[in-house]
Design a protein around this ligand. Structure first.
Ligand SMILES: Nc1ncnc2c1ncn2[C@@H]1O[C@H](COP(=O)(O)OP(=O)(O)OP(=O)(O)O)[C@@H](O)[C@H]1O
Ligand SMILES: [Mg+2]
Length: 357
C-alpha cells in the first residue's frame, strides 16, 4: 500500500496561533486530520488592533499546547509526520519567530525536512484543501494586510496583475467598523449590519475605478465613511452606512475583476479559466455571491475556500508544505523570518503618496 504523506503545519504570523495536520490519501484533495486555531481577539480588543509584543507573548504561551492538541486530534503518531511546514513571512517578526523556531525544532528532533512557507501562498492554495485546482489560475487575495490580483502560474510562480495602492480591503472593513463603534476585527459584523440597512442610502466613492488597471484603492472610501459617521444619529443610520459600504466594495471588486479577467486571458490561453478568491474577506457571503455571479457570466469558474479556512489557519500552511514536499522542496534551518515577502518579487512597490498608475 502506498504510504500516505502527512504534513504538520504551523502558523503564527499575526494574532492566530494555529497548528494543523493534513494527510494526502491519493484522492483529489488531502484530508484535514486536525486544524486547531487559537485566536487572540480578546488580547487585542481593547487596543483596537494587534499589539505585536502581546501577540508574540501569547504565541509563546500557547504554541506547545496547540501543537499537542493538533497531534492528539489527528490520531497519528508524531513519528508519522513526513515534514514540518511553518509560516516564515510576511507578518510581525516577533510573532513569526515563535512558530518558525518551534517548527524548526520539531523538524530537527524528528529528523524530518523543514519547509518555510509564505503566508500569502497559504491563502493562495487554501482552496486546494476542498477543490481540485489546476494551474494556471487567477487569484484575488483579499485579507487583513493584502489586496491583490495575481496570475498563479504554478507552485511559487506568481505574477501580480494589480494591488491596493493604500489600504487592504480587510483593513477598510475593520476601519469602517471602528467608526461605527464595532470592536476589532469588525469585518464580519459589517456584513451583519449591512443586511439590516438600505444599500442605496449613502453614496460612497469608488477610488481609481476608471484608471490604474486592476489596481485597487480604498483610502478615499475610508475618508468618506469617516465624514458620514460624524452625522450618524441612529442605529438605522449605522446599518445604512454598513450596507452602502458593502455595496460599494462589491461594485469595486466586480469592476476590477472584469479588468483582471481580461489581463489573465491575454496571457493564458486555456480551455477552463479559474478564478480563486481567498483571504479573510473572502468569507463575506455577499462578496462570494457577487463574484460568483460575475465569474459565471464571464466564463470563469469561481472557487473559494470553505468559510472556515478563509481567515488565518495552519491547514493552508500545511497545504503549501504538502505541495513543496511533493516537489522535493525544503529549507535549511537557518531560513530567516521575513516580515516582508511579496509573492511576486519582481512587482513594483505601489504604495504611498505619489504612486504613478
Ligand atoms: N465576513 C467578513 N466580511 C468582511 N471582512 C471580513 C469578514 N471576515 C473576516 N474579514 C476580515 O478579514 C481580515 C482577516 O483576514 P486574514 O486573517 O486573512 O488577514 P491577515 O492574516 O491579518 O492578513 P494577511 O493575510 O494579509 O497577512 C480582517 O480584516 C477581517 O475583518
Ligand atoms: Mg492571513
Amino acid at each position: 500500500m502506498k504510504k500516505k504523506t502527512t504534513i504538520l503545519g504551523i502558523e503564527t504570523s499575526c494574532d492566530e496561533t494555529a497548528v494543523s495536520i493534513i494527510q494526502e490519501n491519493g484522492s483529489d484533495k488531502p484530508s484535514i486530520l486536525s486544524n486547531i486555531v487559537s485566536s487572540q481577539v480578546d488580547v487585542h480588543k481593547e487596543f483596537g488592533g494587534v499589539v505585536p509584543e502581546l501577540a508574540a507573548r501569547s504565541h509563546i504561551e500557547k504554541i506547545d499546547m496547540i501543537a499537542k492538541k493538533a497531534i492528539e486530534k489527528s490520531r497519528i503518531k508524531i513519528e508519522e509526520i513526513d515534514a514540518v511546514a511553518a509560516t516564515a513571512g510576511p507578518g510581525l517578526i516577533v510573532c513569526l519567530s515563535v512558530g518558525l523556531n518551534f517548527g524548526k525544532t520539531v523538524a530537527l528532533s524528528l529528523k524530518k525536512p523543514f519547509i518555510a512557507v509564505n503566508h500569502l501562498e497559504g491563502h493562495a492554495l487554501s482552496p486546494k484543501l476542498n477543490s481540485k485546482i489546476n494551474y494556471p489560475y487567477l487569484l484575488l487575495l483579499i485579507s487583513g494586510g493584502h489586496s491583490q490580483f495575481l496570475s498563479v502560474q504554478g507552485l511559487g510562480k506568481y505574477k501580480r496583475l494589480g494591488t491596493t495602492i493604500d489600504d487592504a480591503l480587510g483593513e477598510a472593513f475593520d476601519k469602517t467598523a471602528k467608526l461605527l463603534g464595532i470592536e476589532f476585527p469588525g469585518g464580519p459584523k459589517i456584513e451583519e449590519y449591512a443586511k439590516l440597512g438600505d444599500k442605496n442610502y449613502y453614496s460612497l466613492p469608488k477610488p481609481i475605478i476608471n484608471r490604474g488597471g486592476c489596481n485597487l484603492s480604498f483610502a478615499g472610501l475610508k475618508t468618506a465613511v469617516l465624514k458620514i459617521s460624524k452625522t450618524i444619529k441612529s442605529n438605522q443610520d449605522k446599518y445604512n452606512l454598513a450596507a452602502s459600504f458593502q455595496k460599494t466594495i462589491e461594485e469595486i471588486l466586480c469592476e476590477k475583476s472584469k479588468i483582471a479577467f481580461k489581463e489573465f486571458k491575454k496571457n493564458n490561453k486555456i480551455k477552463k479559466n479559474i478564478f480563486v478568491i481567498a483571504g479573510g474577506v473572502a468569507s463575506n457571503k455577499n462578496i462570494r455571491y457577487k463574484l460568483s455571479e460575475l465569474s459565471l457570466k464571464e466564463k470563469f469558474d469561481p472557487i473559494f475556500p470553505p468559510i472556515s479556512l478563509c481567515s488565518d489557519n495552519a491547514a493552508m500552511i500545511a497545504m503549501v508544505g504538502l505541495e513543496k514536499y511533493k516537489h522535493g522542496i525544503n529549507n535549511n534551518l537557518d531560513f530567516p523570518a521575513k516580515p516582508r515577502w511579496p509573492l511576486d518579487s519582481k512587482a513594483a512597490f505601489l504604495k504611498g503618496a505619489g504612486v504613478k498608475l
